[in-house]
Design a protein. Structure first.
Length: 314
């Protein structure tokens, strides 16, 4: 985990970027991440050199107010999710496929292996204590005695939290990343099958154990429970996509959702009533063994406030 973080944040190796990465992993919330950064003002802290063995750990400063506030947000978020309607997914980091400008720190963080939606979904299912111990120790090299101080537990307990978290992450085995070109070809083929309503071709593109995870908090229509298995997911996708105009599927806005291929689908207003109306959404895909293994359908409007939809989507 550490090597991926270092490689991807070389241009943004600053307290602000590292704090954004910490809070986003702990909470799955861009809003919380930026609020913690604003309140702790980490730009005023000079990061130590990773190559300086005489200094403290590179992220020792996170054990102060930034770390404490990050933990508060993680605990508060876990409490709020107890009342969430349906599955909960992290707020997506949506970027363009071809981005010629220099990305900001959050976009760069979103490309890290452990921040892909499939991995982050599993991470967010851990207890807050397990998630905090794992992320702070493995991503930021915070020693267990300092983590124990932040969590108010023993050093042994902090180590056990991280160990259990790592075991759960390994058992979940989020799909391994495959070459980008292969991913995009697969998604294009899937869209073609959807536009044609070809159930047989669509099923062949889905992993036998494929799953759909919808996030709406009851504010838009999606699956209220995860959908598992090739047959059920095929029927779900065909049912959902029949509500979209064919032109939407033929000319989708392709994006990256936490580094993996995704789509922006604008809302459809319908006939002035709830009938025929479809909410705007961000759809992310995770690929494994040459097939689509996970689909993340994010339609909660509170998590899409930063997304610009094509064709004036609603």
């Amino acid at each position: 985990m550490r090597s991926a973080e270092e490689a991807l944040t070389s241009e943004f190796d600053s307290p602000r970027a590292r704090l954004l990465g910490l809070v986003y992993r702990l909470t799955g919330s861009i809003t919380d991440s930026e609020e913690v950064v604003r309140r702790t003002q980490p730009r005023s802290v000079a990061p130590r050199s990773h190559a300086d063995p005489s200094g403290d750990a590179p992220d020792e400063w996170l054990c102060g107010p930034p770390g404490k506030l990050s933990i508060e947000r993680a605990l508060a978020g876990a409490a709020r999710r107890e009342h969430y309607v349906g599955p909960w997914l992290p707020e997506p980091i949506v970027t363009r496929q071809a981005n010629t400008r220099t990305p900001d720190p959050l976009e760069t963080i979103g490309r890290a292996e452990d921040v892909r939606m499939a991995a982050l979904r599993v991470l967010q299912q851990l207890t807050p204590e397990q998630r905090i111990a794992l992320v702070m120790h493995e991503n930021f090299e915070i020693p267990f005695d300092r983590i124990a101080g932040l969590l108010g537990c023993t050093v042994t307990a902090a180590g056990q939290y991280a160990s259990r978290a790592r075991r759960a992450m390994n058992e979940a085995r989020p799909p391994q990343r495959v070459p980008a070109a292969e991913q995009h070809e697969l998604i294009e083929a899937l869209l073609t099958a959807l536009a044609a309503g070809d159930q047989w071709r669509l099923a062949r593109l889905l992993h036998p154990h494929v799953s759909v995870h919808g996030d709406s908090d009851g504010k838009a229509r999606t699956a209220l429970r995860p959908v598992y298995g090739r047959d059920k997911v095929t029927r779900f996708l065909l049912s959902m996509m029949r509500k979209y105009p064919s032109a939407t599927l033929l000319n989708p806005r392709s994006v990256l959702v936490n580094g993996d291929p995704g789509l922006l689908l604008p809302g459809v207003r319908g006939d002035g009533t709830s009938q025929g109306a479809v909410s705007a959404r961000v759809v992310g895909f995770a690929v494994r063994d040459g097939c689509v293994a996970e689909i993340h359908d994010i339609v909660n409007p509170d998590k899409l406030t930063r997304v610009s939809y094509p064709h004036g989507g609603v």
